[in-house]
Design a protein around this ligand. Structure first.
Ligand SMILES: Nc1ncnc2c1ncn2[C@@H]1O[C@H](COP(=O)(O)OP(=O)(O)OP(=O)(O)O)[C@@H](O)[C@H]1O
Ligand SMILES: [Mg+2]
Length: 460
């Protein structure tokens, strides 16, 4: 560890002799004959320790001590006093000097006092570094993957983490967008700051506005007496994560754009902007580009958010991740539920790898959790998996339909069955065509074709 030491003394000779005593491979010593000179050095160099003469010409050393402490609270200061001037030394310690040495002291004594102070600093620095690396490691999310697609997503996230660019994470529900957001935050230099999350779809827009921007005292009826700090301010020095950004109403989209461009915002009820230092990350499972084309999302905000875009592939298109993830979740629930599953049967593996996973990794995790709740032995079988899966995506009341094989009027029963199956899938997925197409195992465009063919839109 290298330290920078600054000696402030109006006697050139004292400066020179202390520099000679102290300077070695570990310590670089700067000298200043007065406070203005010292100030310059303090601004330019990162000084760890100051040796300060209590009498700097006609300037009071105690005054300078206070000035330095106010501006650089982390600096250690050793006071240099005249021989026998113990009162000044005591006073200096009260103002926060770490130690004092007397002028014309034995050089070895001066060196020892400086070493003692530096030992303390070294310890402090080591503790800080340990604390940082502990927070860093403990908070970094575990992202399980063997697929090339996900590995390049992670590489991209790691690159974006190095910058302060606004990141947009896109991907279907349950693909791991939150994990990637955490990964970016905890790999960035802001990892010691807060990662503050707001879910734009979870609250009505007026509440989102006051949550985000905070408000001044009496800004509206019901506002708290003292006003309230918003999440943007809370994230100062850290990251603000705007989840489900597509749900943000147009008025708030405009206000958010202002924050992103100017790094400032207005608390509700205030005409004065507040400056902030926040990194923004947004996530969505909607197609923002489509929303821009449909004029539901501001184009300029989209471009501002889209500076660094990360797309997470759905699980079905990186199915080599399915078994490693399954094993990871089995381990997780083995220890949470006190179970001892060690193997997966061959047919269960095939099933897991070929299912369409509309709910992606979350669905897989939920399935493993439900399955493991009932497990008594060590082998995960196809039957264990299938029954909860069927229950979860095909509620019995919507999964039954009957077609009478005695055709009436020569009706095409295959078409009738197709139509009913499609209606059922749309019903389960609340009319969401993408999800319904996943449930049916056909491309979205094919489903759209059938929807038009069977005139389903008019009926549903
Ligand atoms: N690669 C992965 N490794 C380990 N766990 C994962 C991985 N991907 C997702 N998960 C887990 O799956 C669940 C869903 O992930 P996450 O909440 O990040 O998804 P999401 O894309 O944000 O979903 P939504 O769109 O619904 O908000 C979480 O429990 C998460 O820990
Ligand atoms: Mg999420």
């Amino acid at each position: 560890m290298k330290f920078n030491v600054l000696v402030i003394d109006d006697e050139q000779l004292v400066c020179k002799s202390i520099k000679r005593i102290l300077e070695d491979q570990e310590k670089q010593v700067f000298t200043a004959l007065n406070y203005p000179e010292a100030e310059k050095i303090l601004k330019q160099q990162s000084i760890d320790l100051v040796l300060l003469d209590y009498k700097l010409g006609d300037q009071d050393g105690l005054f300078v001590l206070k000035e330095i402490r106010d501006q650089y609270p982390d600096l250690s200061i050793i006071m240099i006093t005249a021989h026998g001037n113990i009162d000044v030394a005591v006073e200096a310690m009260k103002y926060g000097a770490y130690d004092f040495i007397q002028k014309k002291e034995d050089p070895e004594f001066i060196r020892l006092s400086v070493e003692r102070t530096l030992d303390n600093l070294r310890l402090k620095k080591e503790v800080e570094e340990l604390k940082s690396s502990h927070i860093h490691n403990a908070c970094l999310p575990r992202i399980i993957t063997v697929s090339k697609a996900m590995q390049s997503t992670i590489d991209l996230a790691r690159e974006f983490a190095k910058s302060d660019a606004t990141v947009l994470v896109e991907g279907e529900t349950g693909t791991g967008k939150n994990l990637i957001v955490e990964f970016v935050h905890y790999n960035s230099y802001r990892f010691n700051g807060q990662l503050v999350t707001i879910n734009c779809s979870a609250l009505p827009s007026e509440l989102i506005e006051s949550e985000l921007f905070g408000y001044e005292e009496g800004a509206f009826t019901g506002a708290r007496q003292k006003g309230k700090q918003g999440l943007i301010e809370q994230a100062n020095g850290g990251t603000l994560f705007l989840d489900e950004i597509s749900e943000l109403v147009p008025d708030l989209q405009t206000k958010l754009l202002h924050v992103l461009e100017k790094n400032e915002f207005y608390r509700i009820g205030s005409v004065h902007p507040t400056k902030v230092d926040v990194r923004f990350i947004a996530a969505t499972n909607a197609n923002l580009e489509d929303m821009v084309n449909q004029k539901k999302f501001r184009m300029d905000l989209y471009y501002r958010l889209n500076i660094a875009a990360i797309q997470i592939q759905p699980l079905r298109s990186r199915n080599e991740d399915i078994l490693p993830l399954t094993k990871f979740f089995i381990d997780e629930f083995n220890s949470k539920l006190n179970k001892s599953v060690t193997d997966i049967s061959g047919d269960a593996k095939i099933y897991l790898k070929t299912a369409s996973w509309p709910g992606n990794v979350r669905q897989l995790r939920n399935l493993i959790e439900r399955t493991m709740l009932l497990k008594k032995d060590t082998l995960l079988r196809l039957e264990d998996i299938i029954s909860p899966l069927i229950k979860s995506i095909h509620p019995p009341e919507t999964s039954l339909f009957s077609i009478n094989l005695n055709a009436e009027n020569g009706e095409n029963l295959l078409h009738k069955a197709e139509k009913q199956l499609i209606l059922q899938a749309l019903n389960i997925s609340d009319g969401n065509v993408s999800r319904a197409s996943q449930l049916l195992g056909i491309p979205r465009t094919t489903l759209n074709f059938y929807i038009t063919r069977y005139k389903i839109k008019e009926e549903s």
